[in-house]
Design a protein around this ligand. Structure first.
Ligand SMILES: Nc1ncnc2c1ncn2[C@@H]1O[C@H](COP(=O)(O)OP(=O)(O)OP(=O)(O)O)[C@@H](O)[C@H]1O
Ligand SMILES: [Mg+2]
Length: 312
């Protein structure tokens, strides 16, 4: 199967005065995939997204969406795209159903209001004023508006920021279902778990540049292979001695201690390290109360690449 290109981004540059918000960004998004721009505040994610959407002008570069040059044919390109509006775009005194109907009129073709209400689980809120919606409901409404023109490509800028865990999971299900309909989804987030859950491929952005781009699994394998194993010794005063002893276990690259008395082993060979630990425990040479394992995630990838945490 050969993948069809949905979006080509060539060497985008955007400056605001002296600040280089986007410093030469290139990537390709394939049809039907969910593609994530992951990065900290100010990385340039929204700027990149809005240039692709034709809402901001780049200083240089080129964007082609399904064969259409966005800079020279913005209107035509926009027909293919659904863009999630920020809250600021809502009319607070309209109901949910009126809002969807109003936005539908901006487009040549639009999905029936009832269908979108059902799709986003907003039927019961159809007659509710926008100003009375909860955060999660507002977010669902903004996604309904992104789908109103039945777009092939859907853009979501931080779709779950500020939501509680349950509302986030609910939105994740909705985003997955958009992808399952065969649409291309491009989203920004600064939640690494969200990127891992939803995205087929992720571009990690930092300071206006893409510093890595791949599937989450490949990014982790390339930049942060391995895992951390934590054990809590039976007696805390034995921590030092045990930590020293564990330094020579197979696979162990580093040993550290947590404030709560846990010993941390950084390993690149999880099975070998855990196997040896279990053996030591069985033989009574090292006594520990608990063991837990943390496999690497995209946060570790970001830390490895930049020396900083994603969310400081
Ligand atoms: N209209 C503007 N005028 C001046 N500077 C801007 C403008 N828009 C964005 N910037 C700057 O460009 C940089 C990139 O901003 P952008 O909004 O693209 O980041 P982001 O990755 O979306 O961040 P966040 O995660 O906070 O949404 C930031 O330093 C920001 O202050
Ligand atoms: Mg942003």
């Amino acid at each position: 199967m050969t993948a069809t290109v949905a979006i080509e981004v060539h060497d985008l540059v955007k400056r605001y005065g002296d600040l280089v918000a986007v410093g030469g960004v290139s990537f390709t998004v394939y049809q039907g995939e969910t593609f994530g721009l992951l990065g900290p505040n100010g990385a340039g994610k929204t700027t990149t997204l809005e240039i692709i959407e034709g809402l901001r002008r780049a200083d240089s570069g080129r964007v082609v969406v399904q064969g259409i040059d966005v800079f020279t044919h913005p209107r035509k390109a926009r027909e293919l795209m659904g863009v999630q509006l920020q809250e600021a775009g809502f009319f607070e005194k309209l109901t949910v159903a009126e809002t969807i109907a109003t936005f539908g009129r901006f487009h040549q073709k639009s999905v029936p209001v009832e269908q979108l209400l059902a799709r986003l689980q907003l039927e019961e809120k159809a007659r509710t004023l926008v100003e009375n919606l909860s955060g999660g409901q507002r977010q669902r409404l903004s996604i309904a508006l992104a789908l109103v023109n039945d777009p092939q490509i859907v853009f979501l800028d931080e779709p779950t920021t500020g939501l509680d865990p349950q509302a986030r999971r609910n939105l994740w299900d909705i985003i997955r279902s958009i992808r399952d309909e065969g649409r291309t989804v491009i989203l920004t987030t600064h939640y690494m778990d969200e990127a891992e859950e939803l995205c087929d491929r992720v571009a990690i952005m930092d300071q206006g540049k893409i510093i890595a781009i791949d599937t989450p699994v490949n990014l982790i394998q390339t930049y942060a292979p391995g895992a951390k194993v934590y054990i809590t010794p039976h007696r805390e005063e034995e921590g030092e001695r045990i930590a020293e002893q564990l330094r020579s276990l197979p696979g162990v690259e580093g040993v550290g201690k947590n404030g709560n008395g846990e010993i941390r082993l950084d390993t690149e060979q999880l099975e070998a390290t855990v196997g040896a630990l279990v053996e030591l425990g069985r033989g009574g040479e090292v006594q520990y109360r608990s063991m837990r394992i943390e496999v690497s995630n995209l946060e570790d990838v970001f830390l490895k690449l930049t020396g900083r945490r994603l969310r400081e």
